[in-house]
Design a protein around this ligand. Sequence first.
Ligand code: C2E
Ligand code: MG
Ligand code: MG
Ligand code: MG
Length: 280
Amino acid sequence: RAKFDGRGMQRFYEAGMDQPLQARQALKMELRRALAQGELELAYQPLLDLRAARVAGFEALLRWRHPKRGLIPPAEFIPVAEETGLIVPIGEWVLHEACREAAGWPDGVGVAVNLSPLQFRKPGLVDAVGAALAASGLDASRLELEITESVLLHHSEGNLSQLHELRGLGVRIAMDDFGTGYSSLGYLRSFPFDKIKIDRSFTSDLPDGIQSLAIIQAVTALGRNLGIVTLAEGVETRQQLAILEAQGCDMAQGYLFGRPVSAQHVGRVLLLDHRLAEQS
Ligand code: C2E
Ligand code: MG
Ligand code: MG
Ligand code: MG
């Protein structure tokens, strides 16, 4: 059907565009069923307290175990979940599942859950968090909610009051992917965040990126002065860790310490961490 009639390039381009659109359409339909059929699961990645040299908690990361396509990472289906509004029930499932798992961990070990800006736009987020805590029996102080700057960018008045209500439940609020948005510093003024997660792109520039190093230096100093915990994302090498420790960064997360693992492996990670702490 595609003739090379001088507009061949354009036709080729259009034909190429159909594919991802169709795939996206299919993904939407399947995602609806995935939640109901239990194809979603959470992986947990350790969050290291650098001074105490121990695992202080885990970040819950969504995975879709697709019957035909295997494990699908969140980058591929969360945008679709947001488009369809499915992120709201999915996000609620994540909250319940993460709190239920974390309630079985030792007292000092917390859990971090990512929230989509869309969850703030629909009513019931504060109630959903409260319900997840109540159902699991998890102490609110062990739950941390991670939000990105976009939560404060859109509908900021309503979102800001929801953040205060969430804080009122006793949970902590972390700013995720810090430094990638448009006005990171301004947002720190509008809400008293408990933690700043410095985006992986800064860490991965180390050791050679002097701009990134200067930014990390400034953000950790800012955290110290504002009484906000700083965590560096994406730490993959000992050299990066040494630099972050020298800067006084409080916490770290990354493949150097551990990749995200399934719920049944969390205990093993904690046991290993405990043994290492006893040795040192
Ligand atoms: P995020 O919240 O910034 O999560 C950290 C991401 O960095 C995770 O990717 C993690 O696997 C990856 N990561 C951690 N350490 C390293 C490292 O050393 N090197 C590299 N290259 N990557 C590392 P993941 O699991 O693919 O998640 C991607 C994003 O999807 C998350 O970024 C978060 O924005 C979103 N996401 C995940 N789970 C949920 C969820 O339950 N709800 C919502 N709304 N978003 C979620
Ligand atoms: Mg996160
Ligand atoms: Mg992050
Ligand atoms: Mg990130």
